[in-house]
Design a binder for this molecule. Sequence first.
Ligand code: 3HC
Ligand code: NAI
Length: 681
Amino acid sequence: MSEVGTYEVIDGIGVITINSPPVNALGYNTRVALDEGFRKFGADDAVKAIVLACAGRTFFAGADISEFGQPPRAPDLRDVLDLIENTAKPVIAAIHGTALGGGYELALVCHHRIAVPSAKVGLPEVKLGLLPGAGGTQRLPRIVGIEAALDIITGGNPIGASQALSLGMIDALAQEGNLAADAVAFARTILAEGRPLVKVRDRQDKVEPARGKPEIYAGFMKKNAKAFRGFQAPVNIVKAIEAAAELPFDQGIVRERELFEDLMAGSQSGAQRNFFFAERQTTKIPDVPSDTPILPIKTVGVIGAGTMGGGITMNFLNAGIPVTLVEMTQEALDRGTGVIRRNYENTAKKGRMTQDQVEQRMALITPAITYDALADVDLVIEAVFEEMSVKKAVFGKLDAICKQGAILASNTSYLDLNEIAEATSRPQDVIGLHFFSPANVMRLLEVVRGAKTRKDIIATAMALAKTIGKVPVLAGVCHGFIANRVMTVRSLAADALVLRGPSPQEIDKAIFDYGFAVGPYQMMDIVGLDVIGRGATERTIRGDLVKLDRLGQKKNGGFYDYDENRNATPSPVAAKVIADLAADLGINAIGSLGADEIVAHLLYPVVNEAARVLEEGIALRASDIDVACLLGYNWPVFTGGPTYWADTVGLDKVVDGLRAMGHEPARLLVEKAAKGEKFNG
Ligand code: 3HC
Ligand code: NAI
């Protein structure tokens, strides 16, 4: 008897139920149970058809990712799938929750697939830097056709049951909550009708039309060039799908395996798999146990309806949570709510929301110009100007007005949360909720723990993040918390380097080729040099450009010149400003550098700052810093984030590089390098 499988016969139908919490991943025990169940029922003449179902919250969530890179243990997943596909009686997959990756590939070797309406199916391997390696690239095109398979497998997003039904990815819908009985009834119908056993692998009708048409794949790659840039997995996926059209099934499977192994051996998948687990680690806080009570958040107040306040508000409206939005004047309030409405209406215009939904969300806002409106809310998030005196005044008022036990949160980017908290008589109820701009889009939420913040408030903030679709990362109090602090160092390093010879465009190109969407100077031109340089007291390149009224893309160019279509060209004016400042400061040129050296100059200091953040206990673990940089600054996921990337470079090399560039390496970095340790694992 297997540890995770139960096998029962209901009126001639063998029902195999797998129960391997939390998500029925296809790890060793599960494979053993499947192997045992299918052998047992395959040999049992009393069993005329087999239903395969899962207990718990979901159908199989795929291969067990934690087994990747470990020595293989028989039975191999592909052998189990062969056994199922070659069963000489109908096999029906009964799907609830999510059938993902190897889980959906398993469903594809069954002869029929039935799912409840709330179920989702998909092949998300691309998000792990992989391709479906258990026949998915060969079987899915045989059901949905080559073009649809290209979209589905390179996109990796789960597909809802009704769409899956129309695509043929499932064959029938069961009634919600009645899957087991409906699947058995479905099996009986098949037997009664004497339907022939059809294996997906034997179907050719959907792939034949694409045979001998290489232009399909070239066109697809071209259309997606921007989205796929830098990623290896989509390239291999497209090759594997082409094999489904061009090769007999058995040869296609061999090709799929080669392309899968190629990705497994490359560096990207390791980085992306590490991120998968890193994202799920962030809520685990050693001194805040998982059973810490969560406070109910039924109503929220947001103060300030500017850039951040508006975006923050939208997160709660999207989750159906009413928001009282407070501004200083009616005019500012109208402007803020107007921006929110326009955002929703743009979404509606794109067909991603109905006009009714726009109205429903807007109706959840209670606009106010007095703080009294916040007396009863469960959580207030302050997003007013970034000035300590203003923040303190706001928190003083909140202290007087808000009900006892309410969570008082600040969205400050850099200010000392403890000082803000001390402006109240209840610093234990104060926390930082640091969103990233645009706040309704960016997935990172830094949860800033003050010296006195209550544990149940931290636990509540972590849970709330999930409710509003964010990934929370816990940060301690310091200037800039995690992501801003670590990534600011990149800009400082760029500014130091550009004065020594490499041009803004060489620096931008090196960073773009590393995988970031834009380089630091392109970014500054987009945001506006007047905004970024604001408040600087020393002479800077940005400041000198602003003096020439070069504010970036919005006015006269910045680090680049722009034509009327915003196409950038290197700017002789900017080059002169840089050269003049370097001369005035007496900085010597170092000559030209290779792209790798430029990357090292900009990103080794980021790694160094990450080490300091870790050493000071500002971040709980290295992988939290990576999550913050990936989700807050779009650090390219296929390099894993600063600490994962540094591990792949070698910490000793990073330490040597930092010293050679004149930086003092962080103590933790030096220690780890000396011991041959890594940041992660
Ligand atoms: N392998 C190992 N562990 C997994 C796993 C998997 N495939 N999927 C989820 N887990 C773990 C998570 O790490 C987490 O562990 P923790 O509780 O210790 O932190 C736990 O299961 C619960 O996961 P979530 O917090 O993500 O739970 P949700 O309910 O929010 O989501 C899910 C469930 C939608 C199934 C989501 O977990 C998910 O998307 N899983 C990954 C799916 C996937 O990528 N499958 C493809 C795997 S690769 C593959 O199949 C290769 C094949 O082609 C050969
Ligand atoms: P903003 O200037 O766009 O908006 C601030 C709003 O607060 C204005 O509409 C102003 O009228 C209002 N306001 C000021 N004092 C107020 C008061 N006493 N009562 C009520 N309303 C008041 O500023 P932005 O960019 O939204 O920043 C707000 C906060 O968010 C700052 O602390 C900032 O550091 C932080 N932040 C900003 C990010 C960004 O990219 N803009 C990113 C993350 C955090």
